[in-house]
Design a protein around this ligand. Structure first.
Ligand SMILES: [Zn+2]
Length: 371
């Protein structure tokens, strides 16, 4: 408890506040329902759309999910830039079927397109840099993507945002979305020394500049920006390491980005008090677990603890939970439905999802007096 609340107020007065607050918390109806009860799915293949639509319509209302983050990247048949479309891309009618299911289920659909980093995976370079190699931060380096995690685009290329903005706008429009998740996680290639534009730039400043650029574009169309939080955490100071946090100089970008961004704070193996840190910094934040139910429930507990705090400023910024499902939408849904065989990670993610949302429903039932 000390760790959770120690970040939220002056340590000298906190024991008194906690003591005084305890009876009120126990007797009050409690804080309102978690505003975000979310699930992440990768965009399915076209042949899998009926399975996903049924899942959205039937399972999500039953579980209490009200937000679906769906990662499309370049697997939508963009008409503004057909050159970037990857294989297994969904048609407009495919996406509209998903949109209709979300409307029927009263679920907010937030499309995700990975920007800046994650422009390749293993040997495959994705649509943007395949079609526009001139946007690559490290053109002609790392043949076949050997020796790197993922490629990045150059945020200072003078033409890259014209394409990126078109993609954002088109994806948001087809999804009828009022928010877009721009990814921006695990960016390891940034300010490459061989880039003539970025080579001498500070990585924290450069990362913040790209965040602001994307944010400001979304703000022009009155859309909210969501992003993963890892590049804004110091992986050394927090102890979360170079994946869930940053050890390549981007963390101080947190001081230079707009506060109306929603941060998705992903932690899969432990539960550092980083969501509260983001909330104290002024961001709205969700925790994002994956395949370990005990971690997901610990994150929910932290979310609940801070939201129950009588601090009316910070507590409401703890928006809720976003269950991730790395491994493919159809495998996750099959696992959820009890079909086998499925990969172990999908089965574990489905079990975590059931445990997490069961706990959320129980929490909300207790808060509403069992109604
Ligand atoms: Zn560059």
């Amino acid at each position: 408890m000390k760790t959770k609340f120690g970040m939220l107020a002056n340590a000298a007065v906190m024991p008194i506040l906690l003591y005084l607050a305890a009876p009120a918390i126990a007797l009050s109806p409690g804080p309102p329902t978690l505003p975000v009860r979310g699930l992440y799915l990768g965009a399915p293949k076209s042949s899998e759309v009926p399975l996903v639509v049924s899942f959205i319509r039937d399972a999500l209302p039953k579980e209490g999910v009200n937000t679906l983050v769906m990662e499309f990247d370049y697997r939508y048949q963009y008409t503004s830039h057909p050159e970037v479309v990857d294989s297994d891309a969904l048609s407009t009618s495919d996406v509209k079927a998903i949109v209709a299911a979300c409307h029927a289920a009263n679920v907010r659909l937030i499309p995700l397109v990975n920007l800046l980093g994650h422009q390749s995976w293993a040997a495959q370079t994705f649509g943007l840099l395949r079609a526009h190699p001139e946007f690559d931060e490290t053109p002609k380096k790392y043949p076949n993507n050997q020796g790197i995690y993922c490629r990045s685009y150059c945020p200072l290329n003078p033409d890259v945002h014209k394409v990126v903005f078109d993609l954002i706008d088109e994806l948001a429009a087809v999804c009828e979305a009022d928010a877009v998740h721009v990814g921006m996680d695990e960016v390891f290639i940034l300010a490459d020394p061989d880039c003539p534009r970025c080579g001498t730039r500070n990585r924290g400043e450069l990362f913040a500049q790209e965040v602001r650029t994307l944010h400001d574009h979304l703000a022009e169309t009155h859309r909210e920006m969501w992003m993963w939080g890892d590049r804004l955490l110091d992986g050394s100071v927090t102890g979360v390491g170079e994946w869930e946090g940053s050890q390549n100089g981007t963390a101080w970008a947190i001081n230079m980005v707009p506060r109306d961004i929603v941060i998705c704070d992903w932690h899969y193996d432990s539960t550092p008090p980083t969501a509260a840190y983001f909330a104290v910094q002024g961001f709205r934040v969700v925790y994002a677990p994956w395949r370990k139910a005990d971690v997901a429930l610990a994150e929910l507990d932290q979310m609940r603890s801070v939201r129950a705090h009588p601090d009316a400023v910070t507590a409401p910024r703890m928006l809720g939970m976003l269950q991730t499902t790395w491994g493919g939408a159809s495998d996750f849904i099959k696992a959820y439905n009890g079909d086998r065989p499925v990969p172990a990670e999908s089965a574990e993610a489905a079990a975590t999802f059931r445990a997490l949302f069961g706990s959320i429903r129980a929490m909300q039932a207790s808060q509403s007096g069992g109604q």
